[in-house]
Design a binder for this molecule. Structure first.
Ligand SMILES: Cc1cc2nc3c(=O)[nH]c(=O)nc-3n(C[C@H](O)[C@H](O)[C@H](O)COP(=O)(O)OP(=O)(O)OC[C@H]3O[C@@H](n4cnc5c(N)ncnc54)[C@H](O)[C@@H]3O)c2cc1C
Length: 494
């Protein structure tokens, strides 16, 4: 195995592979895709080395944080694509839609104990850590968790970075070697593996497993005990939809990324964050599509330009470099925090200067104070904020610039900064299709000073934390059409 891959593998226990097992099990929990997926690649390689079948179990649990019809539907769209993609290969794919949490233990036990080893996805969140611990307790099988989250393996840096500047400098010194170690695009293609036992012989269908012949989408969403008050969004999930959006982005929007990312009517942002969050596409997919479009090779890198500045290292124009800065620096600093800091999602993890200045202003007069249901129902005095909140509730997304304003305003309208933080986490992770991600926390915590510096003059409530106003936003952006699209037509009633 490529020694570079060692940086991506976490041995979850000290057990060795059981060579007399029936198959290699890849438990697909976060990298929900058949391509550009290190976990799948390693599972395929293990199956080849052991000359065993490869069984892929993609799980959709009932009790992930904020489980709702919206998130379920997005994942189910992806399962449908995956079922189709794997049908053509020699691996066996099982899309498991959980209907009863009580059956989980038996399912995992049954599948894992017949395996030579289990390969799964490393993702920095409590739910996944708990599930891996559970699997460890239930079986005596070797478990490998593989990090396929970003271009830089999360285990490589030794510390948590506190500014984008310092992380970028680190990347400019260290990223080049990881640009040479991408996953194989289609790890299953051309591989002839022994046939896995069929799903019915494992007795799994009774537990809500769907084999390659039935339609996953027929899983009756309405009957599942999840939050149906957050209904499916109109945006389709899945790899096929994600790749279409990527294609359109690279063909038409990338060339205006720097100048129009903040534009509301002609926004050049990619819209890919939900697909990244659910693992339907990877940053390797996006990086490759972008770099192929602009004809980049590693020889273009300006190795000597280790300045920590946003532009000038890749040897590309401003649009592409600005995009890569979001995709790599900003996205991966969030994973760095989630991996390195136990309390990355807690108020205490804010920088000391930010906590101090917010505490100094805790007793400042708040002209507008809202209850959580007023925020949730977009019933504030601020029409820009209300429109952004309505977009979030209805569509599961929000324009990036407005998202910053949205967060800053909740700080202004809550009784304390801790309360504001809790409210933002609640609203973002309940409704946003890209929510419940390390970058949910970096985005929200940025509103309170994370990765930022102190600003002057000192303001009421915010202190030295960067301040934003709806008035300035209205001056900067053309909002008329957006406001009319998301104006209050009927109460949201959430
Ligand atoms: C209050 C608040 C909450 C946020 N919550 C989330 C969240 O739940 N999930 C999430 O993925 N991002 C979150 N962000 C960051 C950012 O708003 C989104 O990543 C971005 O708007 C996604 O749109 P896009 O895919 O069109 O981005 P593009 O501009 O096309 O960027 C490409 C990719 O780069 C990454 N990226 C872009 N901007 C940022 C950023 N500021 N921080 C981290 N990564 C970034 C994303 O993965 C994105 O898909 C939040 C920001 C704020 C201010």
């Amino acid at each position: 195995m490529d020694p570079q891959l060692d940086h991506r593998i976490v041995m979850c226990n000290g057990r060795s592979e059981q060579t007399d097992g029936e198959y290699v099990l890849y438990w697909m929990a976060f990298n929900r895709r058949p391509e550009n997926n290190f976990s799948l690649q390693i599972a395929v390689d293990k199956a080849i080395a052991l000359n065993k079948p490869l069984l892929i179990l993609e799980t959709l649990w009932l009790d992930y944080p904020n489980a709702s019809a919206r998130f379920h539907k997005f994942v189910l769209d992806g399962m449908k694509d995956n079922e189709r993609a794997f049908r053509k290969s020699s691996v066996t794919y099982i899309g498991y839609v959980e209907r009863d949490v009580a059956l989980r233990e038996r399912l995992l036990q049954k599948l894992a104990s017949n395996a030579c080893l289990v390969v799964t996805d490393a993702f920095p969140c409590e739910h996944m850590e708990t599930l891996i611990k559970e699997l460890n307790r239930l079986t005596s099988v070797s478990i490998l968790a593989v990090d396929s989250n970003g271009i830089l393996p999360v285990m490589v840096p030794e510390k948590a970075f506190t500014t984008a500047y310092s992380f970028r400098r680190y990347l400019q010194k260290n990223l080049h070697e990881h640009l040479l170690c991408f996953p194989r695009i289609t790890p299953c293609s051309g591989q002839v593996l022994p046939k896995a036992p069929d799903v019915s012989s494992l007795g799994l269908t009774a537990w809500g497993c769907v084999d390659g012949n039935s339609s996953i989408i027929s899983a009756n969403l309405k009957s599942l005990p999840i939050n149906h008050a957050v209904p499916p969004a109109t945006l389709s999930g899945g790899r096929r939809a994600g790749l279409e959006i990527l294609k359109e982005f690279v063909s038409f929007k990338l060339r205006n990324y720097a100048s129009q990312r903040n534009s509301i009517d002609e926004c050049s942002a990619s819209g890919l964050s939900p697909y990244l969050h659910f693992g339907h596409i990877s940053s390797h997919d996006i990086f490759t599509a972008v770099m192929q479009k602009v004809g980049w090779t590693p020889a273009c890198l300006h190795h000597d330009n280790v300045s920590g500045k946003r532009l000038g290292w890749w040897g590309l124009d401003e649009d592409v470099e600005s995009f890569l800065d979001q995709l790599i620096t900003w996205r991966e600093i969030g994973f760095n925090a989630a991996y390195k800091l136990n309390n990355f999602d807690k108020y205490e993890s804010l920088p000391v200067w930010a906590k101090t200045t917010l505490a100094d202003h805790e007793l400042d007069l708040r002209t507008h104070l809202y209850q959580i249901h007023e925020l949730e129902n977009a019933e504030t005095h601020d029409e820009i904020w209300n429109a952004a909140q309505r977009q979030l509730v209805k569509e599961g997304r929000m324009h990036n610039y407005l998202r910053m304003l949205w967060g800053k305003k909740v700080l202004e309208w809550s009784r304390s900064s801790q309360e504001a933080l809790e409210r933002l986490i609640y609203l973002n992770n309940k409704y946003a299709l890209d929510g419940n991600n390390p970058n949910s926390y970096s985005g929200i915590f940025w509103c309170f000073g994370r990765y930022d510096r102190a600003w002057g003059p000192e303001r009421p409530i915010f202190g030295k934390v960067r301040y934003m106003t709806s008035k300035n936003t209205a001056r900067k952006l053309r909002l008329a059409e957006y406001l009319s699209r998301y104006q209050r037509r009927e109460p949201l009633e959430v």
